[in-house]
Ligand binder design. Structure first.
Ligand SMILES: Cc1cc2nc3c(=O)[nH]c(=O)nc-3n(C[C@H](O)[C@H](O)[C@H](O)COP(=O)(O)OP(=O)(O)OC[C@H]3O[C@@H](n4cnc5c(N)ncnc54)[C@H](O)[C@@H]3O)c2cc1C
Length: 440
């Protein structure tokens, strides 16, 4: 028996394509949604900031993806088992003959330790097997091994591009699902074929809001509802059949960032969560990344203790930032949109991160934790990788990535269109799920 355990990846077809390549076209997997499907056990707890690890928005989004998944199973004539029990208990109770349990994984240590634990506790007739990541480039076609992933994005990109994109597998024929429907694919279709907005991506991608400034594919990529390879195959087809320009290339370029953070995380492990991040590697004698495999939240508190006064000061500034009550109107609008919707643009994220780290002086990992709570497209490698990058402790040769918020406002929201739009939604002065005093 073949079981597809959906662990934060709620799409049948990407995995089914892979299984058909392994077992043949007639494979009939049973889908499995369990208590842990929307997050590993630690994610069900609070973070060290005293907040849940996942916002109600993200939970609802996952729920809607699971509903869509149910439809996909129905369309394919397959069974999706849904249970509130733990994965181990469902397997023990329902599967008494030999089975292969296929699951997507991610480089996150919590995800990995959950799967390790699962593998150890499953009955002997059940074997856990890993599906490949939903990256654009598969690990076996990277031009370097994981331990040689370059320390900067441009180093990675140059090596990848030297080989030529046409050499990578995503250009080859994929399995076809004629009845396939998903909101992620709808968005891809819209952005490329219906609106042709991809043709101006490079000019509009720095927009603050407004729907079509960028592809808006990230939340679908985060839940596996489309894969990076599928997006690139679509871009390639669009370039061949409609037009190719700098913008079509640029979307591919940005997708490569996602792959980069994924593979970098595989290389550096939990170092991604450390306050001094990759800078720790520059300390003599500390080059062995295995040394950094420590429980991430515990280490950030224990390694960087603060006196109560400092903590209280930081906490107040953090509350102002998260709740949109700083002295910077652009940041306030961004943070209100984030809390209300779980979705903000890349430009907004860069400004918000810079304001927290450099203008308010608050530890960057508090911001990363808040984004983890809020973002619908939360992806462990991209989120923590981008935050570390913004803080100057990540995959960057520059010491810091600071933005002048007044300048950003003049450049990206000169007439206040974005700020007025947020104000008109009634998202200001939100009630945050955060205590008034530091919970640590
Ligand atoms: C502080 C901070 C935190 C972030 N956290 C996340 C996160 O948790 N999840 C996430 O998917 N992205 C994250 N990003 C990256 C980026 O902001 C989003 O991927 C992008 O805004 C999503 O919108 P889009 O799909 O319209 O992107 P587009 O501009 O249309 O780009 C297409 C795709 O390329 C990938 N991509 C683009 N830029 C980046 C980048 N800098 N890093 C990694 N991938 C990228 C995404 O998969 C995106 O969907 C973060 C950026 C910052 C600065």
């Amino acid at each position: 028996m073949i079981i597809l355990f959906h662990f934060k990846q709620f799409d049948l077809r990407t995995a089914l394509s892979y299984l058909r390549a392994q077992y043949g076209r007639d494979v009939l997997p049973v889908g499995l949604i369990t208590r842990e499907s929307t997050g590993n056990p630690r994610e069900l707890d609070d973070s060290f900031l005293g907040i849940a690890r996942m916002s109600p928005h993200r939970r609802r989004f996952y729920r809607s993806c699971i509903d869509e998944l149910g439809e996909q199973y129905k369309q394919e004539g397959l069974t999706l088992l849904t249970s509130d029990l733990s994965t181990r208990d469902v397997v023990r109770e329902n599967m008494d003959s030999p089975c292969h349990i296929w699951v997507h994984t991610s480089p996150g240590s919590e995800e990995t330790s959950f799967l390790d634990h699962l593998a150890e506790t499953l009955p002997s007739h059940a074997e856990l097997r890993l599906l490949p990541a939903t990256t654009m480039l598969a690990e076996d076609e990277l031009p370097m091994s994981i331990d040689k992933i370059p320390a900067t994005f441009s180093g990675f990109r140059k090596r990848v591009e030297k080989r030529g994109y046409e050499q990578y597998r995503f250009t080859r024929e994929q399995f076809n699902f004629p009845r396939a429907h998903s909101r992620g694919r709808e968005r891809l279709d819209y952005y490329l074929w219906q609106s042709h907005r991809i043709l101006t991506y490079k000019q509009t991608r720095n927009g603050l809001g407004g729907g079509d400034y960028a592809s808006r594919l990230s939340k679908w990529l985060a839940v596996g509802a489309i894969s990076g390879a599928e997006v690139v195959a679509a871009i390639r087809r669009f370039e061949a059949e409609v037009a190719a320009n700098e913008s079509t290339y640029w979307l591919l370029f940005e997708l490569l960032w996602r792959d980069y953070f994924h593979y970098l995380h595989r290389k550096i492990g939990d170092l991604l969560f450390f306050p001094r991040g990759m800078k720790e590697l520059r300390s003599p004698g500390l080059r062995d990344t295995a040394r950094w495999k420590l429980p991430r939240l515990a280490t950030t508190i224990e390694m960087y203790p603060m006196d109560h006064q400092t903590l209280t000061r930081y906490w107040q500034r953090f509350l102002d930032w998260a709740g949109g009550t700083t002295t910077q109107p652009l940041i306030n609008a961004i943070m209100c949109e984030l809390f209300a919707t779980g979705e903000i643009s890349n430009r907004a994220r860069l400004c918000a991160a810079s304001a927290l780290i450099y203008d308010l002086g608050v530890p960057w990992w508090w911001g990363a934790q808040w984004f983890e709570y809020c973002l619908l497209d939360y992806d462990v490698s991209s989120n923590w990788g981008n935050w570390a990058y913004a803080a100057g402790v990540g995959a960057d040769s520059r010491p810091e990535r600071r933005f002048n918020i007044e300048h950003q406002t003049r450049q990206h929201d000169p007439d206040g269109v974005y700020r007025n739009w947020v104000a008109a939604q009634g998202w200001e002065n939100p009630e945050l799920p955060l205590p008034p005093d530091p919970p640590i």
